[in-house]
Write a protein of this length. Structure first.
Length: 272
């Protein structure tokens, strides 16, 4: 089984990289990619455990681009995490995440739902870890301002809610370029829940390599639509669970969403 979309504690997953790989192996996954938000800090540990367990490991990343003021997630596969330009770009992305968490904390304070942002910001400045809204949601739950992660997003953190702070940063075309410069292939993540269909033809013209056809938030109709669109535009197919850990407040299961060996071969053929 092939799952190319997984998160660890290097970003907003709840399992350490080695534990995630062990859980994936137990769920029957044989090829995997770790795709943390704007960081490659989890890759070395995950690769070590995958090697130990005899799994195929593909280095990955999920980069947040900003398109028309909205977040657009771009996945990168086969990236060389050691490249200086790539590492510098990602450090800038994480810096903006810290700024955003600080501003969200200020808004929450003004809204009467203060969180202790100090430790969170410190972890965002440490060892390549990337922080974001799921960490703020966890802090809101811990302080008793909301009961669940979902309630934190619904009341405060979702786009348009009172503690939402827009991001600033690279466009999707720039992110695709950064991924290519790092030797990777670029896939548009979860276009269904991101409602990014209208961006796809333009991104294809900007060098996008693939569409994430299979995802936990895509039903069969969405999958069929994106598979057809990929074929029409000459794009490869990627996919995975987007698992963040059982305790992450997001109900996704390991070993339930995967792509075929043919899909992976098509993705790999886009490497240059
Ligand atoms: P950020 O990178 O800070 O913008 O946070 C985005 C992450 O928050 C996504 O990758 C999801 O893991 C999570 N997320 C986004 N929207 C929601 C939501 N409505 N409910 C729960 N989690 C969400
Ligand atoms: Zn996430
Ligand atoms: Fe995403
Ligand atoms: Fe993700």
């Amino acid at each position: 089984m092939i799952d190319l979309h997984l998160h660890t504690t290097a970003s907003d997953g709840t399992l350490r990289p080695a534990d995630l790989v062990a859980h994936a192996a137990a769920a029957g996954i044989t090829t995997l990619s770790v795709t943390d938000h704007d960081t490659t800090a989890g890759l070395a540990e995950a690769r070590g455990e995958a090697d130990r367990l005899g799994l195929r490991f593909i280095s990955g990343i999920e980069i947040t681009a900003v398109e028309d003021g909205r977040d657009t997630h771009i996945l990168g596969y086969f990236v060389d995490a050691a490249g200086e330009a790539f590492a510098g770009f990602l450090a800038g992305q994480r810096q903006d995440r810290v700024r955003r968490v600080r501003e969200m904390a200020e808004r929450l304070e003004a809204l009467g739902a203060p969180i202790d942002a100090g430790p969170l910001v410190a972890s965002g400045l440490d060892h390549g870890r990337s922080i974001g809204r799921p960490h703020v949601a966890a802090a809101l739950v811990a302080r008793g301002h909301v009961r669940t992660h979902d309630e934190a997003f619904e009341r405060y953190l979702d786009t348009g809610q009172p503690a939402f702070v827009p991001r600033s940063g690279a466009s999707a075309a720039q992110v695709i370029d950064v991924i290519h410069q790092a030797g990777g292939v670029a896939a548009l993540a979860h276009p269904g829940p991101s409602r990014s269909d209208r961006l796809i033809p333009g991104l294809a013209a900007s060098g996008l390599d693939a569409i994430e056809v299979r995802h936990s938030d895509h039903d069969e109709a969405a999958e069929a639509r994106y598979r057809a669109l990929a074929a029409t535009l000459g794009l490869a197919v990627s996919g995975g669970s987007d698992f963040h850990g059982e305790a992450s407040g997001r109900s996704r299961l390991l070993g339930t969403v995967f792509i075929t060996a043919d899909d992976l071969a098509g993705l790999e053929a886009r490497r240059r």
